[in-house]
Design a protein around this ligand. Structure first.
Ligand SMILES: [Zn+2]
Length: 162
């Protein structure tokens, strides 16, 4: 193993650093240990937390709000059913419940969402898929979108004239 003392990049072989053009030196045991420790830190940093697999505090708050919203959505259809009001469709309530539930699951159980979406990958390969930055970004946008849809449908549900 060779190391460039200029930029601390490590290479398998060679005499000049492809990154900065500096000379490559043989790696001492101490440098190799330091490099491995750094590599390990980087890998563990890139696993769970930064990949959005754990719920943050704001996730828990929004997730609870979603659950609360789900029950709010159900109130009106229940009342309409009790009063046997005709002409009540409840489309907004139904769709709103779906979106709030999706938001709640994404906010409160991101690991479950990841497990479900990687089932297909697991069936075709033994490798445990690592979420890509893109996947995480999509999931992060999706949960806020679900929440926004749920809130919008709740509003429509409450002012529904039909
Ligand atoms: Zn270099």
């Amino acid at each position: 193993m060779k190391i460039c003392r200029n930029c601390e990049n490590v290479f398998e072989s060679g005499s000049l650093c492809p990154e900065c053009g500096g000379a490559l030196h043989d790696v001492s045991e101490k440098e190799e240990n330091a490099y491995n420790a750094r590599l390990k830190r980087t890998v563990s940093r890139q696993s769970s937390r930064s990949y959005g697999l754990n719920s943050t505090f704001s996730d828990s708050v929004l997730g609870s709000l979603s659950l609360f919203g789900t029950s709010l959505q159900g109130l009106r259809p229940l009342r309409a059913a009790k009063a046997q009001t005709e002409n009540y469709v409840g489309t907004y309530a139904g769709a709103g419940i779906v979106f709030f539930l999706l938001a709640a699951i994404n906010f409160l159980a991101p690991k479950l969402v990841r497990a479900i979406s990687s089932i297909r990958l697991r069936l075709t390969s033994d490798e445990k898929p690592t979420p890509s930055a893109f996947w995480v970004a999509t999931k992060n946008i999706a949960k806020y979108a679900y929440f926004a849809f749920g809130a919008m449908l709740l509003l429509l549900n409450l002012i529904e004239i039909l």
